[in-house]
Design a protein. Structure first.
Length: 301
């Protein structure tokens, strides 16, 4: 009899790799959603491990709002070139131009919600029957309701009351024509797990995650980066601050944190001491008490 002494991170990695391989085994045309953020980077890193030395058997897809941090796009392109993967970029601007989505107006306007339309259209156009995402259950209360295999109906909508049981690592990927699945290999990970894994695996990360000087302003208790796409309200002033970003999303709703963390080790210490969740700096989650759940029911990530 063999004795296995797996560390906590090794167990999480083994579980995630098992799920990624299960996706390829059960579905005909998978795609991995890749934003250039830490969770999707870790997921892609493990996918490479899962099929090494072969290349990834599925493409990466980025839903581009057009309001991304340039550092994120630079990292995305370098990463994709390095691993030799195929990248699909679906543009929210195309959805607006086609009349499929209506851009918000006003000082607090954001394109983040519009990603849902672009994502569902891209899934249908590409005929993908499953999309893997980097969401984790610890991020937000609506995320905590997710299974690993999240069934979506023919309209791409999520019904939290109509999901399949997942017992003994048995996953049911059966679906009808027009339906698809979202699969979340990192469901059981925490923000701390992700950063400790990044440290262990020595995975290069976008510079936005580390402390740097940036012009920011405060709005509704959040620090937002100065950018031409966010008009300042009366009384708001920009000043140079020492900040980093815990999440990387649409810059119109992604808040910065005052920080001096210059290394992954520093970030781990900072996360351990924090009493605010990483999505506590996301304006899109604060629009209502059930903002995330409402968006997910409509087909959001």
């Amino acid at each position: 009899m063999y004795s296995y002494n797996l560390t906590h991170l090794s167990e999480l990695e083994a579980e995630s790799i098992f799920i990624i391989r299960e996706v390829v085994a059960q579905f005909e045309k998978p795609v991995l959603l890749f934003s250039g953020g830490k969770d999707s980077i870790v997921m892609a890193h493990m996918a490479r491990k899962a099929f090494y030395p072969a290349k990834l058997p599925f493409p990466l897809m980025h839903i581009d709002t057009g309001h991304n941090f340039i550092e994120t796009l630079d990292y995305r392109d370098e990463f994709v070139e390095e691993i030799g993967a195929k990248l699909i970029v679906a543009l929210v601007q195309d959805s607006i131009d086609k009349g499929r989505a209506v851009e918000e107006k006003g000082a607090s306007a954001s394109r983040n919600v519009l990603q849902t339309v672009t994502l569902l259209d891209a899934i249908e156009e590409g005929k993908f029957d499953v999309a893997m995402g980097g969401a984790r259950r610890d991020e937000e209360k609506a995320r905590a309701k997710e299974r690993f295999f999240s069934h979506r109906d023919e309209f791409g909508q999520w019904d939290p009351k109509n999901q399949r049981p997942e017992l003994w690592n048995l996953f049911n990927g059966k679906k009808k024509i027009g339906e698809h699945f979202r699969v979340f290999p990192l469901s059981n990970w925490t923000e701390m797990d992700v950063w400790q894994y990044i440290l262990k695996e020595k995975i290069p990360m976008p510079s936005l995650y580390f402390s740097h000087d940036r012009e920011c302003f405060e709005r509704d208790g959040m620090l937002l980066a100065k950018t031409p796409v966010i008009p300042l309200k009366d009384g708001e002033k920009c000043e140079m601050m020492h900040v980093r970003f815990r999440t990387i999303g649409d810059l119109t709703c992604t808040g910065a944190s005052l920080s001096s963390a210059n290394s992954v080790e520093d970030i781990i210490e900072e996360v351990a001491a924090s009493r605010v969740t990483e999505r506590g700096g996301r304006a899109d989650d604060k629009r209502s008490e059930a903002a995330m759940e409402d968006r997910k029911k409509q087909g959001y990530f």
